[in-house]
Design a protein around this ligand. Structure first.
Ligand code: URA
Length: 446
């Protein structure tokens, strides 16, 4: 008889999938086994996809969530930036439609004197990703090595890259798999994905932009608050300062969604123009970064510094420098035609008159993906030139046959489907609706 029969037990992915499917609770060792096995390529995509779906349906409790975050974080290196002067601060959004603030606030905050080491993601579900947007700039390299990442940070104070084989490799693989398997909108999986990247960056402080509303992964505000709480707790447990702003995603942020067009709209804000909602949120998030990074004594000072970086053109110059250092064509800042553009344009007209009462914002993201702006399979290529331009916001008056949205596209294979989705995403009512809720609904962790 064996004295220690458990020593013969060998973990198998198939057993862990069954355990989660049947609502079991994983030990830290089990989660480490899954994450390290998948990162090394020993567990195949189909088993990880099955486990992700089981975890999505059954959920992860707090200790599983902590284990998953740490396991994903330590799947790669934690960057040590202590040789760079000053505080290192970053921001991460949970994602939405037209959410391009990273492109704006990274140069604002770097121009204002802090270091912004930003590891971002690609498009996820119906939302666009910072990496895909940046890659619409000809030559822009989001896959810097760790050495290059450090060099760019040292030189200009900001660098924007994706997860690599060295930094957060588990999230790199799992993120792409979740995008193609409908396993995105889950508090535990989102927290582990975001925090494993952010904690690997070598930051001192983190500002989280947690979206809520019809275009967010957390459509209900209570869920967004819960997600914000677990992420702020995780950051603090790991010794980082963190706040989370719960912000509105009941309608797109800014007027444009689609990769190259979002780059243009970001440059417009950096030129002290651009839509007010996008500008206001970018300034607010930058102010929090300045404050947490101890660059300013309070938020008001942070807001003034952010405004100044924009109005003096220093943030725009920083963006230009960042593009150049990452191999991109900096001339896009002046000449938007150097960015990919779609060849064709169509309008979605209002079928009735009245007021825009609400939008089903997620449908805009799905329509954009359908036109080539997103991936349905991991290996799909993005069309950086397709875009939607929104002409009406919640509360606006609209006449029959007035354009609601312009579609910029290259292939009409799915145009009528996309057009129908967009048209149906608008609720038009006879009465003027109550004003939409404020952009920033609440702040946690301050
Ligand atoms: N952003 C991420 O990086 N991961 C998620 O899961 C959702 C948003």
């Amino acid at each position: 008889m064996l004295a220690f029969p458990f020593l013969l037990y060998r973990m198998r992915a198939v057993d862990l999938i069954r355990k989660k499917r049947d609502s079991g609770e994983h030990s830290r060792e089990e989660i480490d086994f899954l994450i390290s096995g998948y990162t090394r390529g020993e567990i195949p995509d189909y088993q990880m996809a099955a486990w992700l779906m089981a975890a999505w349906i059954r959920g992860l409790n707090r200790s599983e969530l902590a284990a998953l975050t740490e396991s994903m974080l330590y799947s790669g290196e934690v960057v040590n930036l202590s040789d760079l002067p000053g505080k290192k601060v970053d921001k991460h959004s949970t994602g939405g439609v037209g959410d391009k603030t990273s492109l704006i606030l990274a140069p604002i905050v770097a121009a204002g004197g802090l270091t912004v080491p930003m590891i971002s993601g690609r498009g996820l579900g119906h939302t666009g990703g910072t990496l895909d947007k940046l890659e619409s700039i000809p030559g822009f390299n989001t896959a810097l090595t760790l050495e290059e990442f450090r060099r760019v940070l040292k030189e200009c104070g900001m660098a924007l890259i994706g997860q690599t084989a060295e930094i957060a490799p588990a999230d790199k693989k799992i993120y792409a798999l979740r995008d193609a398997t409908s396993t995105v909108e889950n508090i535990g999986l989102i927290c582990a994905s975001i925090m494993s990247k952010k904690l690997a960056e070598g930051i001192d402080a983190l500002v989280l932009d947690v979206k809520t509303g019809s275009g967010a992964f957390m459509q209900k505000e209570a869920d967004a608050v819960l997600l914000a709480e677990v992420m702020v707790d995780t950051a603090k447990r790991m010794g980082k300062k963190a706040v989370a702003l719960i912000t509105d995603m009941d309608q797109p942020l800014g007027r444009l969604a689609g990769h190259s067009h979002e780059v243009i709209e970001s440059i417009e804000v950096l030129k002290n123009r651009g839509p007010k909602d996008l500008r206001d949120l970018s300034i607010e998030l930058s102010a929090w970064m300045f404050f947490l990074g101890e660059r300013t004594k309070n938020l008001d000072e942070g807001r003034r510094l952010a405004e100044m970086m924009v109005s003096t053109g220093q943030a725009l110059e920083k963006f230009r420098e960042g593009i150049r250092l990452q191999g991109g064509d900096e001339r896009v800042v002046e000449d938007y035609e150097r960015l990919p553009q779609a060849r064709l344009r169509a309008e979605v007209l209002s079928e009735s008159q009245g007021y825009v009462a609400a939008t089903n914002c997620m449908e805009f993201g799905i329509a954009l993906a359908m036109l080539g702006g997103g991936r349905e399979k991991k290996e799909d290529k993005i069309d950086h030139g397709v875009a939607l331009e929104f002409h009406k916001r919640i509360g606006d008056r609209v006449e029959k046959n007035e354009p609601l949205v312009s579609i910029f596209y290259n292939s009409d294979a799915r145009l009528s489907e996309a057009r129908a989705l967009i048209a149906n995403a608008f609720s038009i009512s006879e009465k003027s609706p109550a004003k939409p809720s404020t952009l920033v609904r609440s702040v946690l962790g301050a």
